[in-house]
Design a protein around this ligand. Structure first.
Ligand SMILES: Nc1nc2c(c(=O)[nH]1)N[C@H]1C(S)=C(S)[C@@H](COP(=O)(O)O)O[C@H]1N2
Ligand SMILES: [Mo]
Length: 408
């Protein structure tokens, strides 16, 4: 019997009062009810909801720096509303940038010239571009790792999907002029550490990813200016790549001929080499590990909680969302008995970088327990895993959920 199964039996059987006391101890998002591990992590058990200015109540992970995750109910629509969108920062000093005073610096040793572009200039000089894309933290679901690893103990909500609008980074780089020999493009935001002990958050991308037509400098999210907490007035949008590259409060862009070697590239956000089939970041392969790059295929069931009881005769509805790094979702299969898989119906295609809704419904004629699973497969042929692929920083958790429901 696997661990979550045992947890379920205990909750449903001998300790009939347990679900209630657990509800008190774990107001939101315990690991068991998400269909993963058996024992709720301390952090997950103690967390509560808190509303940052301009935001709905989100699941508080840390105040300084602000780390807040999106409660599961906001994933019942394919677009995540701005006020519910998760917030992730590494550094606690986040200036309120005024749109009027903001200007982006563009340069670097592999740029032909230096530019300083105000928001008005950016909007006037470059063609508008838009993409619907998932921003997901590399460490989304880290709190579900067993054994646990250090870092923000995220549940399933360190992600969101939005319509991002701005200008293409490649158009801005073309105006600056990219010299032969350019290797990476380096991004810095306006935030910094309060005590200058922590290195400034600076990220780089391979030149070809920076030049991709879907890589944007975005000013808008779902038709509104970016919320402060999501990067106002401008952020990088790198569809398919994990959230770490989506630099907020973007202040400077530099085209360089050498690999960027600061802490956030050389030490943090790295994976053991060769463990995942994601693309390699060629210019950053100088140690036994490599930078994380694109997201792995994944899904989330949003219509059920583990331990939930359904009345016999009520349909068992398995709805949720699926996403990958941009090949698009080919299929989502659902199992309700731990053995057979049936294809769910896919919702409207909002673009290959977007969440894709799925739905499945089954009549319940008899009482009994079900293990409900959903398994997404991308158009590139990648499928969610049965067993966690361990890595020290707790990235790329795409283990198939196992949600236990009881028909009574
Ligand atoms: N300036 C700045 N940009 C940043 C970060 C940061 O700490 N500072 N964190 C990154 C990480 S790790 C993630 S997952 C995303 C989260 O985006 P969100 O806060 O809009 O949800 O922002 C990225 N951009
Ligand atoms: Mo992240």
């Amino acid at each position: 019997m696997d661990r979550s199964r045992r947890r379920f039996s205990a909750a449903a059987g001998a300790l009939a009062v347990l679900p209630f006391s657990r509800a008190l101890a774990a107001p939101v998002g315990g690991t068991a009810e998400l269909g993963f591990a058996e024992i709720p992590d301390g952090t997950l058990a103690e967390q509560g909801l808190f509303a940052l200015p301009g935001k709905l109540p989100l699941i508080k992970k840390t105040f300084r720096p602000p780390n807040f995750e999106t409660p599961i109910q906001y994933f019942r629509t394919p677009i995540t509303q701005n006020r519910a969108f998760f917030v992730r920062y590494h550094l606690a000093a986040i200036p309120e940038v005024s749109a009027k005073d903001w200007a982006l610096s563009v340069g670097g040793d592999s740029a032909e010239r230096e530019l300083k572009l105000t928001l008005a200039q950016m909007k006037k000089e470059f063609k508008a571009a838009q993409v619907t894309a998932v921003c997901q933290c590399s460490g989304n679901r880290r709190g579900l790792f067993e054994p646990h690893v250090a870092g923000v103990e995220w549940g399933v909500g360190a992600m969101g999907n939005a319509v991002w609008k701005g200008v293409r980074l490649k158009d801005v780089l073309a105006k600056a002029g990219v010299k032969a020999g350019a290797l990476e493009v380096v991004f810095d935001g306006a935030d910094h550490a309060p005590l200058e002990k922590t290195p400034d958050f600076v990220k780089s991308l391979p030149l070809e990813v920076a030049m991709d037509e879907n890589t944007l400098i975005a000013f808008e999210m779902n038709g509104q200016p970016l919320p402060h907490w999501n990067g106002f007035p401008a952020r990088l949008v790198v569809p398919g790549w994990t959230g770490t590259y989506w630099v907020k409060q973007l202040a400077s862009v530099r085209v360089v001929a050498q690999p960027e070697k600061n802490f956030w590239m050389a030490t943090a956000y790295r994976l053991p080499r060769g463990k995942f089939k994601t693309p390699t970041f060629q210019s950053q392969l100088y140690s036994p590990n490599e930078p994380i790059t694109t997201m792995v295929v994944n899904s989330l069931i949003t219509s059920l909680k583990s331990g939930q009881q359904l009345r016999r005769g009520q349909p068992l509805v398995v709805n949720g969302i699926a996403w990958d790094s941009g090949s698009g979702i080919a299929k989502v299969e659902v199992s309700t008995n731990g053995a057979d898989w049936r294809e769910a119906k896919l919702g409207k295609d909002l673009g290959r970088f977007s969440f894709r809704e799925f739905s499945f419904s089954m009549p319940t004629r008899e009482s009994g327990s079900h293990v409900v699973m959903a398994r997404a497969t991308s158009k590139a042929g990648e499928t969610q895993v049965n067993e966690l692929i361990h890595n020290p920083a707790g990235y790329h958790h795409n283990v198939i959920q196992r949600i236990y429901v009881e028909v009574v």
